[in-house]
Ligand binder design. Structure first.
Ligand SMILES: [Ca+2]
Length: 255
């Protein structure tokens, strides 16, 4: 069977390669250039963004998607905030003015804040702890009436706030204000929504001899309302097309 990664699924690198439904935005920054559909605007001459080693590094610029989105989105990313002031990452328009819903160093060298603003209502909440200079997994959940901030799977802050869904659309945006010195780096970034369904077909594994396959097991995360079904194909051929037995959904899933 030829390499066939499937339809409407992607392989992510959260741990070491996982199959997941395709999200609206999915960037591993594994190429040497900025992803298609992303743009960088320097804050000052010399500022910019580079992609190398699987990371996006923004210095003296802001980088984000060209497309903007309304509420009902969850933005998740692994980033390293440097010791520099005025590093922001999350939802924003251009960071010149509201709206925004971001993790931000604000005007400090050692602290991290959860910040939201719709122009008329602004809230900055200090997040206790030392988050700078090391990668952490951040998530910003933007609903119709609130923005909820998570770090490493733990809810840290919740701000009740309403953004105008028409005039205050936002984009995933990464910003480091000062040219030179610390930059803001991003390992990967994903934003919901996810396609409702997808398939993935693995490459053929050659047993090398006649084998009676007896069991299959897998590791899966299935959030509420979702499910996963596995099927197997086998045969004395490099191109097995015959599916054997029922789908393995009830077989053994370790979630
Ligand atoms: Ca900088």
């Amino acid at each position: 069977m030829p390499a066939h990664p499937g339809t409407r699924t992607v392989v992510t690198q959260t741990d070491d390669g996982e199959v997941t439904l395709a999200p609206e935005v999915n960037e591993e920054f594994s190429d040497a250039t900025l992803p298609v559909g992303w743009s960088t605007i320097p804050w000052d001459p010399g500022g910019g963004a580079t992609v190398n080693g699987g990371s996006l590094n923004v210095d003296g610029a802001r980088t984000g998607t060209d497309a903007t989105y309304g509420p009902g989105r969850s933005l998740e990313f692994v980033s390293t905030f440097g010791v520099g002031m005025y590093q922001h990452m999350g939802f924003g328009n251009d960071f010149n003015a509201a709206p925004w819903a971001i993790f931000s160093t604000k005007d400090t060298s050692d602290s991290l804040f959860a910040r939201t603003s719709n122009g008329s209502s602004s809230t900055d909440t200090l997040i206790p702890g030392n988050w700078r200079g090391a990668p952490h997994r951040y998530r910003i959940q933007w609903t119709d009436s609130s923005v909820i901030f998570f770090i490493d799977g733990n809810q840290m802050v919740s701000h009740p706030i309403i953004f105008d869904p028409v005039t205050q659309k936002m984009r995933p945006l990464v910003s480091d204000f000062y040219v030179g010195g610390p930059s803001l780096s991003v390992d990967w970034l994903r934003m919901s929504g996810y396609v409702p369904s997808g398939t993935f077909t693995s490459r053929v594994f050659d047993g090398g001899q006649s084998v009676t396959w007896r069991s299959a097991s897998w590791t899966a995360d299935t959030p509420a309302g979702t499910s996963i079904t596995l099927s197997i194909r086998s045969g004395d051929t490099a191109n097995p097309t015959m599916a054997h037995g029922p789908p393995l959904s009830s077989f053994r899933a370790r979630a």
